[in-house]
Design a binder for this molecule. Structure first.
Ligand code: ATP
Length: 255
């Protein structure tokens, strides 16, 4: 018997106001997989990620994560269960360094102890130690950020900022990350580096659900793929299978 999927989306329907965007979408992600969602602009990929994170106001259907029904749970509870979301707009905090931006990722998970200075309790000092260790680990995984820890984050290139946004999400050691078009507007050399990092994240045990326009590259690193059109899944397969099918790619993946 196959193990239960880590994430199961069943017959998901979602609305923005009166616009009915997701029309009964179903997909599964198993622990340890990289799964990619592809489809034309406006197909509903971002809305799918937002619904999984609880950021779309009206939704129906069923979303289970790690065995719990989360459809009606607030976003912060999904975060505490191990789901992280990196939106297309990176939301780097201006005025903060790379390291400070990274700290925000763990602050969100642990509470506002970091601002307390010398009045920190023993538990708080242990948390700070943990934070420092996480920053070290992240710096090893993202050498580009390691060189720039003290740099003001907003002065980095778009690609470096995107890596920071991803690294920040990893600070809290999520079980699964939802990545929305991470390669958007980034120079090709950095895109390749970023995709290598996704493979490293997978190797380290993180499950990834990726929305990506760069279909060719995404298929190279993905286990499975879903094509979304008109707010529903129209095709799903092993990534290798779609790679061999240019006709399907041309039909659904053209921007
Ligand atoms: P893209 O690659 O262009 O981001 P997508 O597949 O991610 O495409 P979504 O962003 O999920 O598509 O959008 C799906 C549909 O929902 C589109 O028709 C879009 O105009 C609409 N939509 C998205 N966000 C909102 C919103 N906040 N209010 C109203 N309609 C929205």
């Amino acid at each position: 018997v196959a193990p239960a999927p880590l994430l199961a989306v069943e017959n998901l329907r979602a609305w923005y106001g009166h616009s009915h965007i997701l029309q009964g979408l179903s997909l599964e992600v198993r622990a340890g997989e990289i799964v990619t969602l592809v489809g034309r602009n406006g197909a509903g990929k971002t809305t799918t990620l937002k619904s999984i994170m609880g950021l779309v106001p009206k939704r129906e259907g069923r979303v289970t994560f790690a065995g719990a029904d989360i459809l009606d749970r607030p976003p912060h509870e999904r975060f505490h269960r191990g789901l992280a979301y990196v939106p297309e707009e990176r939301r780097i905090v201006p005025g903060l360094t790379v390291e400070e931006n990274l700290r925000l990722g763990i602050l969100a998970a642990k509470g506002p102890w970091a601002a307390k200075g010398d009045r920190a309790t023993k538990g708080e000092r242990a948390s700070r130690h943990h934070e420092a260790r996480r920053i070290e680990a992240i710096a090893e995984t993202f050498p580009r950020l390691k060189q720039r820890l003290k740099q003001e984050a907003i002065t980095m290139s778009g690609g470096e900022q995107q890596m920071l946004a991803i690294a920040r999400a990893l600070m809290a050691e999520p079980v699964m990350v939802l990545l929305d078009e991470p390669s958007e507007g980034i120079m090709p050399i950095l895109v390749e580096e970023m995709f290598e990092q996704f493979v490293a994240m997978k190797r380290a045990g993180t499950t990834i659900l990726l929305v990506e326009q760069n279909v060719e590259l995404a298929l190279e690193i993905s286990d499975r793929v879903y094509i979304i059109d008109g707010g529903a899944v129209v095709y799903h397969a092993q990534a290798a299978e779609l790679r061999r099918d240019p006709e399907i790619q041309a039909r659904y993946c053209a921007v």
